[in-house]
Design a protein around this ligand. Sequence first.
Ligand code: SF4
Ligand code: SF4
Ligand code: FES
Length: 238
Amino acid sequence: MQIKILRSDTNTHQLYSLPAGEIPLLNALTYIKETQDATLTFSAGCRASVCGTCAVRVNGREELACAYKVKPGDVIEPLQYHPVLRDLKVDKQKAKETLAKSTAWLQSAQEATLTHNDEKFTEKQTDCILCDACYSACPVYAVNPDFLGPFALTRAYRYTSDKREANVKATIDNIQSNGVWDCTLCGECTAVCPKGIDPKMDITMLRGTSLQHGHSDPSFATQSFGTPDFGFDPNGGF
Ligand code: SF4
Ligand code: SF4
Ligand code: FES
């Protein structure tokens, strides 16, 4: 079978041949590097969907190279919205900085008794492997590179939902600008997450918590809905 890979030096898709058979994309990339082109560059670590290092785009969709089974005709490209260092290897620094901006950690710890159900409540968000697949899939980055983005907001949700957090408002205040209200709720992040995390739902929940702490949707506040027509004078009496 043959696949195409976007090469950064020429900015063109280069065709490579692979033996027939169902193999992980990461094995295919390693095979190409060892037998056809030693300059092909990509990132990998655990080879077991744990480290989050190997995410790429396959036919325009984010996948972990170590988990995705390569198919004839696949087109492999680097993640979007990340500076390309070479071929499929990208610089993830700016994406990771969103975590610092969102202050997604315990702001003020208090003693609390955690039940098994409490742990279950945020277990899924804790599974995030920081693969950046959701960041690459998020259309907001095409227009707003400062958006905090799905994995930072999912982590903010994880900590604002923690009973040990005594100051939920501090994190909520920090995710208003370029944060919860800038999401379009398109669900692309949820669709590509290899760990089954649902950032769209977490952001929706954070909007509710934001309202409870005195914030409001800035686009809603600037909209004019005109004067409602009740068909009668509501102040006129009967
Ligand atoms: S749901 Fe929001 S955070 Fe997720 S991809 Fe869409 S715009 Fe981005
Ligand atoms: S939320 Fe999912 S897709 Fe996003 S970085 Fe974490 S594991 Fe990857
Ligand atoms: S190599 Fe670690 S997640 Fe793929």
